[in-house]
Ligand binder design. Structure first.
Ligand SMILES: Cc1ncc(COP(=O)(O)O)c(C=O)c1O
Length: 371
């Protein structure tokens, strides 16, 4: 049976209908006017709208490569339509029926559904709240063996916002290397660490890692639909063969704007803006959580525009989310989308007033339940 992508469908149905969309996990974007100079806007207005390079504009590839260790160059990168396409292409290229995948959960939930839809055998291991949403590495070691084709990770983590330390990544790389498994690391939240200390990419630790990333979250511009893959040149070539069947290339206009975003000093400015917004918003969010202390448990995120919160109200998470949506016009994500009822995911990357007004309405919904 085809596994549907529950969270994306929930967002597609309602995110543009509600007054307060707190289901997003990225940062509030800039407008073209705020991001681009007059000269850059004029250049875009005069561009001829060709297909462009199917693997990515060389200037964009070079700007992306400069965000990774020196060993990474243009031949290690393929530009995609969002990191969603990057994730899809990794699954489609690597996974055949009955291949074993070790999946670290919870995660964005695209890859688990995709792997099952491709007929792979999915073995799951959960991040532990008691470990600050980190992995039990002994448990991981016991699950990986010579049958494991791929270990799939999201770091920094959606939905928990946890960030792996270098030593954790090194240990995971050693576990994978022992059995020759690939590591897929979805790193779309890398660069929005609240303490400003950038998480290392898995490519630092392991040559058989395949990274998906993009401009939608830490880089705050989801509407551009720019993502990318980083891998060894042979894997990139294999994946490109599949991409000829999907979207051919990303939009030339988006690649032009994306090149500006990934080039210094803009890259650093945007990441700095994301970290600052999230740090300020987390103070607001934490004080809102504190005002509902008896209901919530909360390990604050270290990166990414979201907060994953446990609750002890007597209501199913999906039911709560629809009650909130219908009665207060606020959208958040139920733990059910992660197979984790009893949790709720709040987007905290919006403008402060918007976030604060949305949270007031969540309080009203909680109150109406008698808490
Ligand atoms: C971890 C993760 N990966 C990938 C995506 C897809 O994002 P996009 O295709 O906009 O880059 C998301 C979106 O929420 C995400 O959270």
């Amino acid at each position: 049976m085809f596994v549907e992508f529950e969270m994306e469908r929930l967002q597609s149905l309602y995110e543009n209908e509600v007054k307060y969309n707190l289901s997003d996990s990225g940062n509030h974007p800039l407008s073209m006017n705020d991001l681009l100079s007059e000269e850059e806007i004029s250049r875009i207005l005069n561009m001829e709208i060709y297909y462009g390079y199917t693997t990515g504009d060389p200037r964009l590839l070079s700007a992306i490569a400069s965000w990774y260790p020196e060993k990474i160059n243009e031949g290690n990168i393929l530009v995609t339509n969002g990191s969603a396409e990057a994730n899809f292409l990794i699954g489609w290229t690597l996974l055949e029926p009955d291949d074993e995948v070790v999946m670290v959960l919870p995660n964005y939930m695209q890859v688990p559904g995709l792997a099952k839809n491709l007929g792979a055998k999915v073995k799951t291991i959960h991040l532990k709240e008691s470990l600050g949403w980190h992995l039990d590495l002994d448990e991981l070691a016991s699950m990986v063996n010579e049958k494991t084709k791929l270990i799939s990770i999201c770091n920094p983590s959606n939905p928990t916002g946890a960030v792996m330390a270098d030593e954790e990544m090194q240990s995971i790389a050693e576990i994978a290397e022992k059995h020759g498994a690939y590591i897929h690391s979805d790193e779309v939240y890398r660069g929005s660490e609240l303490d400003g200390k950038e998480t290392k990419s898995f490519v630092h630790f392991y040559d058989k890692s395949i990274i998906s990333c993009g401009l939608s979250k830490s880089f705050a511009h989801p509407g551009l639909r720019i993502g990318w893959l980083v891998a060894s040149p042979d894997i990139i070539q294999n994946i490109w063969t599949r991409k000829d069947y999907t979207t051919l290339c990303a939009s030339v206009i988006s690649q032009e704007i994306g090149t500006k975003i990934m080039t210094e000093p803009t890259r650093n400015d945007i990441l700095g803006r994301s970290s600052k917004m999230l740090t300020e918003n987390l103070v607001l969010f934490q004080s809102w959580i504190d005002s509902h202390k008896e209901i919530f448990t909360f390990v604050p995120p270290k990166a990414g525009g979201m907060a994953f919160v446990g609750y002890n109200m007597d209501i199913n998470s999906t039911e709560f989310v629809h009650k909130l949506r219908v009665e207060q016009s606020v959208l958040i994500v139920p733990g059910d989308c992660y197979g984790m009822d009893g949790y709720l995911r709040f987007g905290i990357g919006a403008n402060q007033d918007y976030l604060s007004e949305g949270l007031e309405l969540v309080s009203a919904c909680i109150k109406s339940l008698g808490y």
